[in-house]
Design a protein around this ligand. Structure first.
Ligand code: ZN
Ligand code: ZN
Length: 91
C-alpha cells in the first residue's frame, strides 16, 4: 500500500519522458489546488498519467516501484487496492 504525491509522479514522468513535458506546467498548477479540475480519461485518472490509455507509461511507473502487478496498473491509480481512489472516481 503506497501512494505517491501527484507532483512527485509528474516530476518523475518529466525526468523519464520529455514527450510529456508539454502537459506538465498546467497540470502541476492544478494539482496544487483543484484536483477535480484535472482532465480525466474514461478511467477516472489524470489523462496524461493513465497507463491504460497510454500503455507505454507503464514502464515509467514500474521503474519507480509504483505498480500493482496484481491489477496491472500503477499502485497510485489502483482503486481495487485503494478504495479511497474509487470514491474519487478512479475506475
Ligand atoms: Zn485512461
Ligand atoms: Zn491493485
Amino acid at each position: 500500500m503506497r501512494s505517491l504525491h501527484p507532483l512527485f509522479v509528474l516530476v518523475a514522468l518529466l525526468t523519464v519522458s520529455p514527450a510529456l513535458a508539454e502537459d506538465a506546467p498546467k497540470a502541476a498548477e492544478k494539482s496544487q489546488s483543484a484536483e477535480a479540475e484535472k482532465p480525466r480519461c474514461e478511467h477516472g485518472v489524470q489523462k496524461s498519467l493513465c497507463t491504460r490509455c497510454n500503455p507505454k507509461l507503464a514502464a515509467v511507473f514500474k521503474a519507480k516501484g509504483d505498480w500493482c502487478a496484481e491489477h496491472e496498473r500503477p499502485e497510485s491509480q489502483c482503486s481495487l487496492c485503494h478504495p479511497d481512489l474509487a470514491k474519487k472516481g478512479v475506475k
